[in-house]
Design a binder for this molecule. Sequence first.
Ligand SMILES: NC(=O)C1=CN([C@@H]2O[C@H](COP(=O)(O)OP(=O)(O)OC[C@H]3O[C@@H](n4cnc5c(N)ncnc54)[C@H](OP(=O)(O)O)[C@@H]3O)[C@@H](O)[C@H]2O)[C@@H](O)CC1
Ligand SMILES: Nc1ncnc2c1ncn2[C@@H]1O[C@H](COP(=O)(O)OP(=O)(O)O)[C@@H](O)[C@H]1O
Ligand SMILES: [K+]
Length: 510
Amino acid sequence: MRYAFTVAQTRALEEAAFAVVGGAALMQRAAHGLSVRAADLLAADRGAVYGARVVVLVGPGNNGGDALYAGQRLARRGCAVTAVQALGRPHAAGLAALLAAGGRLIGGDRFHDQDLAAADLVIDGVLGIGGRPGLPDDLAALIAGAEARRIPIVAVDLPSGVDTDTGQAPEGSVRATRTVTFGTFKPCHLIEPAASRCGQLDLVDIGLDESRTVPALAAWEPEDVAAHWPVPGPTSDKYARGVVGVDTGSQVYPGAGVLSTCGAVHGGAGMVRFLGAPRSAEIIVRDLPNVVFGEGRVQSWLVGSGWGDRADGDDVIAGLVAEGLPLVIDADGLRYLPAALPGNVLLTPHAGELARLLGIERAEVSADPATAVRRAADDTGATVLLKGATQLVAAAGVETVEVAVPGPAWTGQAGSGDVLGGLCAAVLAAGVGTRTAAVLAASVQAMAAARFPGPIPPQQLARHCASVIGEFSAALLHDLLGFVGSARSVDRAKPTRSSRSGPHGRDGRR
Ligand SMILES: NC(=O)C1=CN([C@@H]2O[C@H](COP(=O)(O)OP(=O)(O)OC[C@H]3O[C@@H](n4cnc5c(N)ncnc54)[C@H](OP(=O)(O)O)[C@@H]3O)[C@@H](O)[C@H]2O)[C@@H](O)CC1
Ligand SMILES: Nc1ncnc2c1ncn2[C@@H]1O[C@H](COP(=O)(O)OP(=O)(O)O)[C@@H](O)[C@H]1O
Ligand SMILES: [K+]
């Protein structure tokens, strides 16, 4: 799990550390970590650090200070270091240190694209957590020149130009090969479009103690997904795996009914009961003969995908909410929400649907998706999975927003969301808590898509999800066999491998 903290939280953590070791020590730790990673990159790229030509783009704050001290260390190792005064006045002590080590400073107005031609590495120390989003045009053009020449760029703390807390990345923001961040991750490292601009992410420990701060984001990694997936125990039957009831599709959108059912089947439900549109049922009975159609026992519900206009939409949803079982409400179902919902209802909007839910513009959701998804959870009482390039999950009253494992943009196609709804319902039917179920389902779809990147239709993507899930049980079996004589059954709702809560062990309740 990777935890991210906002600028305000990071500043508070830094203040606390200052009080113990002083600001200068923190900056030296940051600069040391940065220079080591920059040197690694040089060694990997050109076989040696000695003799490399390094350009350091320096801004007016401590981010530039880190970069200058790192430049000093690289100069001591035999690099030719040129600091470019990219923005404002550089950090005085850092500059003095670089000059004393044999580096040089050149004004931004005297450094041009062609001066980059011989560079082996660019260090982006223009803006860090004190930066406002966006860069001046001439600086953005210089950085674009470095990218066009394929010169590796190491971003200090974060790629300059991005919005640290929201993950927005205005045109011209740095696109780094590698980002070396200090103390903690920040939201821009985990939320698109900024996340993709970070390249390879490295966290340098500078001695911040974040253990008593509730993180803004908790980003899941594939091993967390494997550890939390509800793998059936040796004595599990279909009811232990869970029965999903599906009311999706319509005469106009029969495919949504089929795909949502497909997601539930391939997500590992013990049984799927389809009670949706007759036209969808005709296809399902042919393609998925394991699906049943009569009324009966259900452990989680999925509704809304492909409904279109539905005259009884309000009644159907109100009835299911009253029943109290875990319930996924997708797509058109989101138009029929009652005023208040319990936390075991999972809403799965994309940005447009979330905007409608909140009564705001889609652009506002895109500008700060973590805030929007948290607001939706607080306003409705439900758990909310916001779909898109970054899939975020928020629960009412919970400060930390969960981030699913990211996947390729190929997943963004009509029908993938329907499959995802089915995956969510399958995990819920197995007894997993709503917030965790949503992150697991969204992550598995992304992990499956990452294995087979390309324009794969959603029904095939669902089958790949089954393969990814199958590997969790194979890994679990391997682990179990390692514990000869240990308990033979597995508590399916609990994590099966590694730790459940990571270093923070928190639920983040406000
Ligand atoms: N604190 C610590 O303990 C440690 C901090 N560390 C490092 O410090 C970094 C944070 O440093 P920082 O606070 O000095 O902010 P930073 O981003 O360098 O620059 C702010 C300056 O930029 C200016 N400015 C902003 N946006 C602008 C724009 N768009 N266009 C033009 N100008 C703009 C802004 O101007 P103003 O807002 O005053 O107008 C201000 O002068 C952090 O990311 C990490 O690298 C590490 O050493 C570890 C220990
Ligand atoms: N850029 C992207 N990168 C990765 N996944 C994406 C991207 N854009 C969308 N997705 C995912 O693709 C799916 C598309 O869902 P949605 O737009 O609801 O489609 P539909 O409702 O038509 O099935 C969601 O799981 C979403 O999170
Ligand atoms: K930077």
